[in-house]
Design a protein around this ligand. Structure first.
Ligand code: HAM
Length: 412
């Protein structure tokens, strides 16, 4: 029996891989311009990191983690997201001492045992950023604006940025009581999950995808109307910052986010082109998390985008490939060695060059060059070799000319 990839986990190969690489390259360049540096953390962490970081009552921790005991009997988990790991590393390396403001980005796989469907996998990939050490709303606005510009740069169309404030413990605790009372009056009409949320985490009802619940919750009170003065001032300043940067957004008081660490700003990027998994990025402020995980009291804000969903949005957009591509065709005695030498010279100049390992028919070599859309074909046969020339064919225009073999590298 042949072995296949595990359900919800996909190989990533041509032709999509070129788009993945182009998106990742743009992300590295774009985030570096805002003084972010890359961080790479392990895929496996102690299970308690995610339990404490994300919250034991979240769907991710309760139902979706790949958790197992390793051979030493320790409970470990494949990371379901990047924030908790980056915070762990931030504390472990005492980074706050080196610089009070630190910015990281990361690119890599995450694991959640969800029901696979379009845009939802069990191994998926995120590009994320985490900014530590700034409580100021200017940091939130910059992080959100940076992501918005990134989406424009890679060519996403038809999307919406929604923002909300989830308040702080000062305003959230009394609000939760008010919300709980309201929800209790509806209890019989809500789904089983929402009924459980009423006692465990009432704000999460706004995450519910069940139509009946969404309808019933339309009249529920929202935290945005009950923010304390500092949280309201902060949220107003985030909005002003976005306005100043001409970042378009709408305020959606029902954004709850699926992870427990958020405070104040929360946001999502949504697209109707994605079907039911319509959020292709999300993030917010999580000022209490570093302290909660045993570190200093350092504020933070960040986001992660889902690569698979972003790639779906970009569709069959072809990335710009750097450098021209040349196929070198060799035919006949004595031609292989100079052809291979030329391939080396052209590659050293930055060109992409393909050359066969075994001598095939001219037709077979040209067919392969055509299949992969090469810009040029250089043909070296015995008669060309004898005259010290080669045929240079521009595959795009069809034009073919004889060129001096020893000068080919200088033509590009
Ligand atoms: P999240 O909203 O759970 O946030 O995930 C961010 C993005 O990852 C989602 O918007 C979605 O595009 C993608 N994603 C999540 N689950 C899946 C899945 N099963 N299949 C495909 N794509 C998926 C976080 O993970 C936070 N750590 C973001 C953050 C960083 N907040 C602050 N800093």
């Amino acid at each position: 029996m042949t072995i296949k990839a595990i359900t919800g986990m996909k190989d990533n190969l041509s032709p999509d891989i070129a788009l993945w690489q182009a998106v990742e390259k743009t992300a590295r360049e774009h985030f570096s311009k805002y003084f972010y540096e890359e961080i790479r953390t392990p895929l496996l962490e102690e299970t308690s990191l995610f339990e404490r970081g994300i919250g034991t009552e979240t769907g991710v921790v309760k139902k979706e983690m790949y958790t197992f005991d390793d051979k030493g009997g320790d409970s470990v988990t494949l990371r379901p997201e990047g924030t908790a790991s980056v915070v762990r590393a931030y504390i472990e390396h005492n980074i706050q001492r080196a610089d009070p403001v630190t910015k990281f980005y990361y690119i890599g796989p995450m694991f959640r045992y969800e029901r696979p469907q379009k845009g939802r996998l069990r191994q998926f990939h995120q590009i994320g950023v985490e900014l530590f050490g700034a409580t100021e709303p200017a940091a939130d606005a910059e992080v959100i604006g940076m992501l918005d510009l990134f989406f424009q740069k890679v060519g996403v169309k038809n999307y919406e940025l929604q923002i909300n404030s989830l308040g702080c413990t000062e305003c959230r605790v009394p609000f939760q009581k008010k919300l709980t009372d309201h929800l209790k009056s509806l209890a019989g009409e809500l789904c089983a999950d929402c009924q459980e949320r009423i006692t465990k985490n009432p704000m999460r009802v706004f995450d519910c995808k069940v139509e009946k619940c969404k309808e019933k919750l339309k009249a529920a009170p929202v935290l945005l109307d009950a923010l304390c003065v500092p949280c309201k001032t902060h949220f107003d300043a985030v909005k002003s910052g976005l306005d100043a940067a001409q970042t378009k957004y709408i305020v959606n008081p029902r954004i709850a986010r699926g992870l427990d660490y958020y405070q104040r700003t929360a946001f999502e990027f949504l697209s109707n082109d994605l079907g039911s998994q319509n959020a292709f990025a999300g993030g917010g402020r999580y000022d209490g998390l570093v302290k909660e995980l045993g570190g200093p009291d350092v504020p933070a804000v960040g986001f992660a985008l889902g690569m698979e969903r972003l790639i779906l949005l970009l569709g069959d957009k072809k990335p710009e490939v750097g450098g021209k591509k040349t196929y070198i065709v060799f035919m006949g005695s004595g031609t292989e060695s100079p052809a291979r030498k030329l391939a080396g010279e052209l590659r050293a100049k930055g060109m992409t060059v393909e050359i066969d390992y075994a001598e095939k028919s001219m037709k077979a070599q040209l067919r392969r060059a055509g299949k992969y859309n090469f810009d040029y074909v250089i043909i070296l046969g015995e008669s060309e070799l004898a005259k010290g020339v080669a045929q240079l064919k521009d595959y795009k225009t069809g034009e073919q000319k004889e060129v001096v073999f020893s000068s080919i590298a200088s033509l590009f």
